[in-house]
Design a protein around this ligand. Structure first.
Ligand SMILES: *Cc1c(COP(=O)(O)O)cnc(C)c1O
Length: 429
């Protein structure tokens, strides 16, 4: 047997060197094509910056899609994960760990969840949706008989498993995989009259759950109109329907409050029955959660009715606790609010003819363009050293690390200012 000479950096020893071009070539022969060719192959990060395999640096204004709240290679997160892995890395859910319990307690506290509330820990947003969907199915009988209806909104994104996909509206994602779990109806986005109509009459008592994102992320950073969520709460409460808020993208400080619905203008003071979390929760470590508010929601999934091998594992829990701890210690919620407001104003004040609107909350920001050139803008941005995301043909999304500074943000504003005015008209560059 050949002796392996692994250094402490054993993973890196098995990787070896390569350029962006050579890695991209190898990617195409080893990975499924679900994501298409990678834009770059990245090897390292620090704070809000990442470097590719050719040594080129980028300002990461997407943060792994609203995940890397603390930036890359944050020393506190690195230390917490390393210490936990070096102490107790994984157990089964036949056992519990102090980190898992402390995390659940912290989540209940920052969610303002009442007595009787409980948490289920997962590894991803999709799994959090899946658990919430199963909770909806357990909200099975109402005064009008079986509750078979589940409501979601057009434009909604809740994940890609069969259950989560059933709640995701995009036809291109759904259609190749039908039949999906049944009973889901999509309502026009932000339309209060349509929502009221869906709850009218006896049929209103057959709605098991209503799934909402306080701000639709994938659809282009679209906040629910003022008053919508409060009305949704009234209707769902009146009909015994679970109000499920998908805060996978908007939660954990992304919008400047721990949860987006805690903004009075977004949530209207409404308390949900269920909140799903993931993305920013672990600061880059995969972890998700379902928070069930109050005893009724918290007991919908009984003993043996749901499970997971990895969910709530000690390392993921330690990562989430460290992320929460750093956000609190460094006052990052206030920074997110302040920087986000300043930056959105700066971007809007550019008055670039290509930009119709700058919207968002905290550091979840969209720049809406006058033409379907978001992919072109994102490609130019990448070439200029910025990672952003064309989440719709005409929308550029930013969800940067909370540690971003004004100076760093302003470099992208300058980039945007320098974009040709006639992009997309066929006349220009
Ligand atoms: C990303 C996302 C999900 C899915 O989370 P994964 O961790 O990718 O499974 C669900 N809902 C929303 C709103 C999201 O943004």
């Amino acid at each position: 047997m050949t002796e392996q000479h692994l250094t402490p950096d054993a993973g890196a020893d098995l990787v070896g060197p390569g350029s962006v071009a050579s890695w991209t070539e190898r990617y195409g022969h080893a990975l499924m094509d679900t994501f298409g060719a990678p834009q770059r192959v990245l090897v390292r990060g620090e704070g809000p910056y990442v470097w590719d395999a050719d040594g080129t640096r980028y300002l990461d204004l997407l943060g792994g899609i609203a995940v890397n709240s603390l930036g890359h290679a944050h020393p506190t997160l690195t230390a917490a994960v390393s210490a936990q892995l070096g102490t107790l890395g994984h157990i089964s859910n036949f056992f519990a760990s102090p980190t898992q319990i402390a995390l659940a307690e912290r989540l209940l506290a920052l969610a303002d969840a009442p007595e009787g509330s409980r948490v289920f820990l997962t590894n991803s947003g999709t799994e959090a949706t899946e658990a919430a969907f199963k909770m909806a199915r357990r909200n099975s009988t109402g005064p009008a008989g079986p509750r078979t209806r589940v409501l979601a909104l057009e434009g909604a994104f809740h994940g890609r498993s069969m259950g989560a996909l059933a709640l995701t509206s995009k036809a291109a994602y759904r259609e190749p995989f039908e039949p999906l779990p049944g009973g889901v109806e999509f309502l026009p986005f932000g339309d209060t009259a349509a929502l009221e109509a869906a709850f009218a009459g006896d049929a209103g008592d057959r709605v098991a759950a209503l799934f909402l994102e306080p701000i639709q992320g994938e659809a282009g950073v679209l906040p629910l109109p003022p008053g919508y969520l409060a009305r949704a709460r009234e209707l769902t409460a009146a009909h015994g329907t679970l109000l499920v808020l998908d805060e996978v993208q908007t939660g954990m400080g992304r919008t400047g409050t721990w949860l987006a619905h805690q903004h009075p203008h977004l949530g209207g003071g409404a308390r949900p029955d269920v909140v799903t979390l993931a993305k920013g929760l672990g600061g880059g470590f995969p972890v998700g959660a379902v928070v069930a508010y109050g005893e009724r929601a918290a007991t919908l999934l009984g003993r043996g009715q749901h499970g997971t091998t990895f969910g709530g594992n000690p390392v993921a829990s330690a990562a989430a606790l460290a992320t929460i701890g750093v956000i609190e210690r460094d006052g990052l919620l206030a920074h997110v609010t302040e920087l986000g407001a300043w930056w959105r104003e700066q971007l809007a004040a550019l008055g670039h003819p290509l930009v119709t609107e700058v919207r968002g909350e905290g550091l979840l920001i969209a720049v809406e363009l006058t033409a379907p050139v978001a992919a072109d803008v994102a490609a130019r941005a990448l070439a200029a050293g910025f990672v952003v995301n064309p989440c719709t043909p005409s929308t550029v999304r930013m969800a940067p690390p909370f540690v971003l500074t004004r100076e760093q943000a302003a470099t992208f504003t300058d980039f945007l200012a320098g974009l040709p005015h006639d992009l997309g008209t066929g006349a220009g560059a």
